[in-house]
Design a protein around this ligand. Sequence first.
Ligand SMILES: [Zn+2]
Length: 503
Amino acid sequence: MNEPRNARKAAALRRALALIIALLVLTAGALPVFAEGEEPAQAQRLHLEINGAYTPVKSNYLGENVNPLTDSSFRTEAVVHGSITLSAPAAVSTLYIVFADTPATFYVKSGDKRVDVAANYLELPVDVSALNSRELTLFFPDKVNVCDVYAFAAGELPAWVQRWDPPCEKADLLLISTHADDEQLFFAGVLPYYTSRGDCEVQVAYFTDHTNRPHRRHELLKGLWAVGVRHYPVIGDIPDAYSETEAQAVKNLKAAGMSREDALLQQIRVIRRFKPQVVVSHDPKGEYGHGQHMLCAATLLEAAPLAADAESDPVSVSQYGAWDVPKIYLHSYEENPIVMNWDEPLEAFGGKTAFQVSQEGFMCHLSQTNSWFRDWIFGKNKEITKASEITTYSPCNYGLARTTVGEDVNKNDFLENITTYSEQARLEAEAEAKRIAEEQAAAEAAEQAKKETERESAEAEASHRRVMLALAITAACLTVLTVASYAARRVFEKRAEKKRSGK
Ligand SMILES: [Zn+2]
């Protein structure tokens, strides 16, 4: 008697246990699914084993045990051509490629799937999630110097990963910085302030190129990214060389096989290309007396009227059209002075001021931080936290050197008297919507009038028909009456005749 009952109990226990285990397994399986549906987690960086056709470049080489492609340093690089294979411990979702000085076209392959990548930016993330693989092959058709290859699993990429938009079609504000670092130093505040406003497009163009030191391009990209610039910068052709006068800067240009005309042409073309509403650039006295800064300011002022003249440089006229820059501000310019306030907290930067964000941007220029610039922007004992505390070459002082839109009145905004491109587009869309609405209303009114006329003429026709019918009926009645009265008369006459003849 006890045995079957025990057996039943044991069977029931086993079933319950099996149910609990099944539930646990199901819940465990469901957990990652729930996690995926929530806020995307920070993408995990994956360790890479790299093999194939690459040769480390010996300068800045960190030694045999360090692979320049995975050491997270744009100061080290390898020459790559042909294919390199990447092995990661998990499926790679994004690759981040850092080229040394020239972006290259390449493709990424896994099995029979392939992702093609255009050569556009010096640093770029590549979405390889479609390949869903931890073994990838990169094919570089041409020889190219690569600094780093990063791999990330699925998730939100770290904030430092640069995801550039193309250069502006039209810029509200164009900052022409002579060197990589001036944009964060003498122009401190400008970029964080205007990129965070959300109502204007900001473009940065560099007057010179540090071709001899490619890491400075990476420093400038890192700095621009940090201060909120999202349109990829353009870099001019002028080689970097120190000078103390404009004439000396021109002499340096000649030594490099270029002329002052080339510098002027570069300024005309950059103005025409970006059609800026406002250009911001250097102190004509060269900030601290740097001849290249002087040359940059002087050629910019000369270029402005030439850029507006369709007769000058037909090549760029046909490419971009002529452009008359409404406003140019120069740093430390004494005429039409304005004083900018870069010391207000900005919500977009978590309450830091535009100046403080530029201080951080400057620190991305690691190769420049051992110079007097660092003391200038931070103070000898890091005591400077406000732009207004800087007394020499204050980043707050500008002057309006050219205007086609009148003088400033409020003197606190480079965009004073300017209708930004986005506002222009909004106004145009509004005017277009109004025009369409008016056209529709007019068409509806015309349709209504047409219907009214048709209704009136239909009514007139109907009433005409009613009158004609009434007339016809009356005529018929009259005819019947006439015939009837004639017949009656005939009957009476006959009767009367009979009577008479009967007599
Ligand atoms: Zn400079």
